[in-house]
Design a protein. Sequence first.
Length: 347
Amino acid sequence: MSNTEGPVLVTGGTGSFGSTMVRRLLKTDVSEIRIFSRDEAKQDAMRRDLGDNRVRFYVGDVRDQRSVEDAVHGVRHIFHAAALKQVPSCEFFPQQAVQTNVNGSDNVIRAALRAGVKSVVCLSTDKAVYPVNAMGISKAMMEKIAQAHARNWADSGTTVSITRYGNVMYSRGSVIPVFVQQLREGKPLTVTDPEMTRFLMSLEESVDLVEYAFDNATPGDTFVRKAPASTVRDLAWAVSSLFGVEEPELRVIGTRHGEKLYESLLGREEHAKAEDRGDYYAVPLDARSLEYELFFDKGETAVSTDEDYHSHNTDRLDVEGVKRLLLTLPEIRREMTAAGFDPEKAL
């Protein structure tokens, strides 16, 4: 990661992504990292674990504008990861998703503009594309707010960009740790819809994506990392196989509130104008003004009829492919070793 001069702020810094991002930053010559979150217990645990005086902790909430401004003061770069992320809980409490994911993000971006922050990278989700649940809708609105700031304050000197990714394997609240626990306890593996597909990405790959945005963004850009996918059934079978259970019992519990059969990382409208950059897609900001009469005689390119980029049409991993991917996760290797299985002999 280049050009990390000055203090760096990570909102939601005690979460799965935030803690991984902080550890990556500590390997650079960064002068100061500020962790901004509500959970003082997690902050205390992280302080003891890291033991690095470059890390400072700010207790606050993105909903509280004053606490955000205190944390942002003097900062050069922001990684905005604070959010409500659980789909079912946001379905039951959608107003909470709005307050954190929409209003809270607006507070962070506005504070950054006032403080002269150089860059803000906002973390979004595949659920923001054609959203059907409150979490996805609130994240889609977060993206629109980020883009509006980039469009309306183009000369501010603050580069606001967006990263969007799918399921992060072994992150807090993800299904893989649940499968491991159920296997440990000899219980059936609970799956929603066996044919449901999801993108699969490691925490390290999610940080790679954010680093890429940090190094390459222009105001309003949206970045997506290409990723494989698998069905929920194949994921469950792959986890089971690594722990010595070749034909696990699956208990189908049905689709939960707000869940889709597959997720999209790019809508077809975005896919039509996305730049293919190898491992990544970059979608530039639509920077047109409200004076649409300027485009009356010469309009923009028609919307493509291509498909969106989703977990049903990306590279599909079979069980063996998922196993190989899982074996790249340090958490899986530790769990296997603790359970008496040798990760080196798993394939």
